[in-house]
Ligand binder design. Structure first.
Ligand SMILES: NC(=O)c1ccc[n+]([C@@H]2O[C@H](COP(=O)([O-])OP(=O)(O)OC[C@H]3O[C@@H](n4cnc5c(N)ncnc54)[C@H](OP(=O)(O)O)[C@@H]3O)[C@@H](O)[C@H]2O)c1
Length: 237
């Protein structure tokens, strides 16, 4: 049984990933900010597997992340999933918008990884999976800062994969396409339909389809894969 921490796991991709790990009998710790939503998800997961815990905190704040790890202890698997989207022209964004997106979509990944690897290095084992986006590979208009953050995650994944390989720690990422979660609730049906027309597989992805790849990357079946960014986008890019 592995001890797995998944950030941003009260809903969406994080929750689907927590479910997948729970089904395999692992000890799953879920995180997000809204405690009542988080607890509700933990209760639901508890019906699959009794080894479910939750810890609310804002992962863009290093001190909060440090407190979380002081409380939960070391983990074998870290899934850096928490994130948010921002749709809008770059020139209309405020300095505070820029900071908020970079803090949550990039710095949170550095925060959690920085603390989690201290014990992984001692144990000479561990697996880190970062949830990124296809926009981090090719860039999206009106999502420039989000694209920059996700592109940063992709580069971080490749660099840290090399740095930590001698310590027996693997670092990989999934670059998601358009996935059917609350993050895309802002799209009206016509916008969703237009997007789906652009996707070669003709539909949005399901959170479960991302979860399965994340679990694969955490386990022995992927033991020779590190520093990799796997695109899961229905052929979009
Ligand atoms: N859906 C897509 O089309 C898509 C595409 C590419 C990449 N992704 C990436 O996939 C990841 C998950 O997205 P999703 O679609 O599942 O979104 P979602 O349904 O909105 O879920 C986001 C999760 O992150 C949590 N969260 C947000 N800010 C947080 C913070 N500061 N600290 C801790 N938790 C926080 C949210 O809970 P609280 O708000 O309560 O904290 C929630 O649990 C993100 O990194 C996103 O960029 C998604």
């Amino acid at each position: 049984m592995k001890k797995v921490l998944i950030t941003g796991a009260s809903r969406g991709i994080g929750k689907a990933t927590a479910k997948e790990f729970a089904k395999s009998g692992h000890h799953v710790i879920i995180n997000s900010r809204n405690i009542s939503e988080l607890k509700k998800t933990a209760d639901e997961l508890g019906k699959i597997n009794e080894h479910i815990s939750y810890y609310p905190c804002d992962v863009s704040d290093y001190n909060e992340v440090k407190k979380m790890f002081d409380s939960i202890g070391s983990v074998d698997v870290l899934v850096n999933n928490a994130g948010t989207a921002y749709l809008g022209l770059f020139n209309t964004m405020t300095p505070s918008d820029l900071r908020k997106i970079i803090d949550l979509d990039l710095i949170s990944v550095l925060n959690c990884t920085h603390i989690a690897i201290q014990s992984m290095i001692n144990k000479k084992s561990g697996s880190i999976i970062n949830v990124s986006s296809m926009w981090g590979i090719c860039g999206a208009s009106c999502e420039a800062v989000y694209s920059a953050a996700k592109g940063g995650i992709n580069a971080f994944t490749k660099a840290l994969g090399k740095e930590l390989a001698p310590s027996g720690i693997r670092v990989n990422a999934v670059a998601c396409g358009v996935i059917d979660t609350k993050m895309n609730d802002c799209l009206v049906p016509e916008e969703k339909a237009a997007l789906e027309e652009d996707i070669p597989l003709g539909r949005m992805g399901r959170p479960e389809e991302i979860a399965k790849t994340i679990c694969f990357l955490a386990g022995e079946e992927s033991s020779y894969i590190t520093g990799e960014v796997i695109k899961i986008d229905g052929g979009f890019i």
